[in-house]
Ligand binder design. Structure first.
Ligand code: SF4
Ligand code: SF4
Length: 423
């Protein structure tokens, strides 16, 4: 595998040994490539998330027909991938789907990952964790088998909105969180930001702080994959300026509560006051929980699925390289460049932006719908594909390696240090 040390890597600001102060908390050196991996157990899923990127995945008119009919990867193949991931020197594993808790082999897969020394996290909507299977509650079985962490999907803060957004029960999630809280097991959340929940972001933040959430990833809905060209996508996607006040309030609540915040897949100037939280496709390989190997290759052998993808010394994969472009976008905005083959576009004002080297640019569909008026040069220094302020923001670089690690305590201590250094 590629050597993972980046020459810009530095110890966590002011704190090199969190594992001594907070057992089970490791500091990932900011600027160093992630050593995280993913096992995708198959796309089968009983849920109905409005934003699902596997919507229409079978090519038919039913949004969820594809994920209902999808198969699960056999347990034996999953175990082979887990062993290959561990053999490649990766240190922590996300298990995802579809919905991985409906995979019958999940307890065995978790046990194998733990036995191989991987910190193992399950990504779930949390609907089946409290269900009893063969006389045992699934959550208890997974914890007994060595599960280190859980990443819940939390897209709403009240039962009705949760049900309308994903077809599930918020009570089921909160029951699982209660059970984890009683054991001192902390966990993280993903929240997809959509038009329907942007005003609720502060409520979601308060709910997270009131539970054992130690990190939250706010993921802006982008019209990727099957959503390209779908008119329904327009109703899901909110303009950044309309998200901004609610997201700023949510982040202030989470900062005060000692919860790490990541904001994914937006231009760096989308939320200027929150720039240290923003990571796009360029910087994501440096976030310690992110995946270095391939996902969604159900027909490929274990060695292919477990192989870490190479990242060049520049930190930017050729597929995301910047190229100058003299053209106009569909909305008539003048452009100055693009990443990849128009994967993202740069409006004219980006030409003089000091942060451009670390910025994804603007999604072409977003630009055609909302125009370029929201974007303005960000006066921030860049180191490789990351903002310098991101590298100084400590909490996202703390990694959970034991089930009962006090991540919140470590986050709060680290955040206090990070904030004192920028004053
Ligand atoms: S849980 Fe995941 S796969 Fe299932 S509907 Fe929601 S987003 Fe799609
Ligand atoms: S002005 Fe352009 S390059 Fe600079 S942060 Fe905004 S979108 Fe990115």
């Amino acid at each position: 595998m590629q050597h993972t040390h980046d020459p810009q890597a530095a110890p966590l600001p002011g704190w090199s040994t969190p594992d001594r102060d907070f057992p089970g908390v490791q500091a990932h050196p900011p600027g160093e490539l992630s050593r995280g991996a993913v096992l995708d157990v198959g796309l089968k899923c009983p849920h109905s998330c409005a934003f699902c990127y596997y919507s229409y995945y079978d090519g038919g008119p039913g949004q969820f027909t594809g994920v209902r009919k999808a198969s699960m990867r056999p347990t034996s193949e999953c175990l082979d991938i887990v062993r290959a991931i561990a053999g490649n020197g990766l240190t922590h594993l996300d298990i995802t789907g579809g919905e991985p808790t409906v995979h019958p082999g999940l307890p065995q897969i978790v046990a194998e990952a733990a036995a191989k020394g991987l910190a193992v996290r399950c990504i779930t909507l949390g609907q089946y964790l409290m269900r009893v299977r063969e006389g045992h509650r699934l959550l208890d079985t997974l914890l007994e088998n060595g599960l280190t962490d859980i990443l819940f999907s939390l897209h709403a803060a009240d039962a009705t909105a949760f049900q309308e957004t994903c077809g599930g029960s918020l009570d089921a999630v909160l029951s699982a969180m209660d059970a984890l809280d009683s054991r001192g097991f902390q966990y993280a959340c993903n929240t997809v930001i959509m038009e329907r929940n942007r005003r609720d972001l502060p409520r979601i933040a308060r709910l997270a702080v009131s539970r054992g959430v130690y990190a939250i990833n706010f993921i802006a809905f982008n019209a990727y994959h099957a959503w390209r060209g779908q008119e329904q996508a327009a109703a899901l996607e909110a303009p950044y300026t309309k998200i901004r006040p609610f997201l700023e309030e949510a982040v202030a609540i989470l900062d005060a509560g000692g919860v790490a915040v990541n904001i994914r897949y937006v231009p760096l100037c989308a939320f200027p006051a929150l720039a240290r939280h923003v990571v796009g496709v360029l910087g994501v390989a440096y976030d310690p929980f992110e995946w270095r190997n391939r996902c969604l290759n159900h027909d490929k052998p274990a060695a292919y699925c477990a192989e870490p993808l190479p990242i060049p010394d520049s930190g930017i994969r050729p597929v995301y390289a910047f190229t100058r472009l003299e053209a106009t976008s569909l909305d008539g905005s003048a452009l100055c460049g693009m990443r990849g083959a128009q994967f993202k576009l740069f409006p004219a004002q980006c030409a003089g932006c000091p942060a451009r080297g670390a910025c994804d640019g603007v999604d072409p569909v977003y630009l055609s719908r909302h125009g370029a008026g929201e974007f303005a040069p960000l006066q921030e220094a860049v180191q490789g594909p990351l903002l310098a302020s991101r590298l100084r923001y400590g909490p996202p670089f703390l990694v959970k390696t034991r089930p009962t690690a006090d991540m919140r305590g470590a986050m709060a201590a680290c955040l206090a240090k990070s904030n004192s250094e920028v004053r």
